[in-house]
Design a protein around this ligand. Structure first.
Ligand SMILES: C[S@@+](CC[C@H](N)C(=O)[O-])C[C@H]1O[C@@H](n2cnc3c(N)ncnc32)[C@H](O)[C@@H]1O
Length: 298
């Protein structure tokens, strides 16, 4: 019977050969998954013997990872902002840099709720996450607002053009006990933008240039193309959303849009062209890269 250490070492070699840059981490996570336990337990018990059944399961998981499938899809779970999200091929795997978008959206909502005295019966702050995918941004926001006991004062809508993604977002909302706090709407960008006036629009829309998609890590080929492809200049979908903001955003509303680390100048130029006279600030992520464009009437 092989031990944890032996299986891990063999798995690491196999994953390194297949090109994984995080072979040890991947192997530990996959062995833990095969054993239905967590990574810490695996690391703490390297001399433990492993039965043939679990060994076989581990090898099958290594096959999938060696073929490029992301560890998150294999495990079916990804941590985002300290919460566990269900993930599968219906939607993009949430990225750590998107946590910056959540922080800025939370700040914006909280400012609106505590910044000025709110009379009893004041309308709710209306927040929409456009291109919600599996729900990482809006479900996390709903959880954070519930912790602050502010969830009664906001209206939260998650929209996506993909029904599959919305279904996953619903499942994640229910798993985090905020399913009744979020309305889900299938729409091409802003639903009903002629009449709806949003206070806060959050969006992590696709922003990869079409021609750059083939050179993304192979793991991205398992994700929906609709979640990645931003058109020839990467800003096609974001540009269409900018076109809707004049009608869709409340007078003092704000849109927070995740962008690629090399898109600051392009997005500033796009806002100047599509929304003349509006302001566009750009916030950086923890890596110091431009990450969130904040767009509002000047
Ligand atoms: C980069 S993924 C982001 C998913 C999620 N917000 C996150 O941060 O993990 C972009 C999402 O935008 C959606 N999308 C693409 N084009 C869209 C459109 N025209 N209208 C609404 N959603 C769109 C995709 O289906 C996908 O779920």
């Amino acid at each position: 019977m092989a031990t944890v250490r032996e299986l891990l070492e063999a798995g690491i070699v196999r994953l390194r050969e297949s090109g994984s840059e995080t072979a040890r981490l991947d192997a530990e996570l996959l062995l833990a998954h095969a054993l239905d336990t967590d990574r810490t337990t695996v690391i703490a018990h390297t001399d433990a013997p492993i039965g043939d059944g679990a060994g076989e399961r581990f090898r099958a998981l290594l096959d999938r990872r060696s073929a490029g499938e992301p560890v998150a899809y294999i495990r079916g779970v990804k941590e985002f902002h300290g919460l566990a999200f269900g993930v599968d091929a219906r939607a993009l795997i949430p990225r750590p840099e998107t946590e910056r978008l959540v922080e800025l959206v939370e700040l914006e909502v909280v400012r609106r709720l505590i910044g000025a005295p709110r009379p009893v019966g004041a309308p709710k702050v209306r927040v929409i996450d456009v291109g919600a995918g599996g729900g990482a941004v809006l479900v996390t926001l709903a959880v954070l607002l519930r912790r602050r006991r502010m969830d009664d004062e906001v209206e939260l809508v998650a929209s996506d053009v993909s029904e599959d993604a919305l279904q996953l977002a619903r499942e994640n909302a229910v798993a985090h006990a905020v399913g009744d706090r979020i309305r889900f709407e299938r729409a091409d960008l802003l639903p009903g933008s002629e009449t709806a006036r949003w206070d806060v629009v959050a969006a992590n829309l696709p922003y990869v240039r079409t021609e750059a998609i083939p050179s993304l890590p192979v793991a991205a080929s398992f994700e929906p193309r609709l979640a990645l492809d931003g058109g020839p200049d990467g800003l096609g979908v974001i540009g269409r959303l900018l076109d809707q903001l004049g009608a869709g955003l409340a007078e003092d509303g704000v849109a927070l849009l995740e962008i690629g680390g090399d898109q600051e100048a392009d997005v500033r130029a796009l806002v100047a062209e599509r929304l003349p006279g509006w302001s566009c600030e750009v916030e950086r992520d923890l890596g110091g890269l431009p990450r969130v464009a904040i767009v509002r009437r000047a």
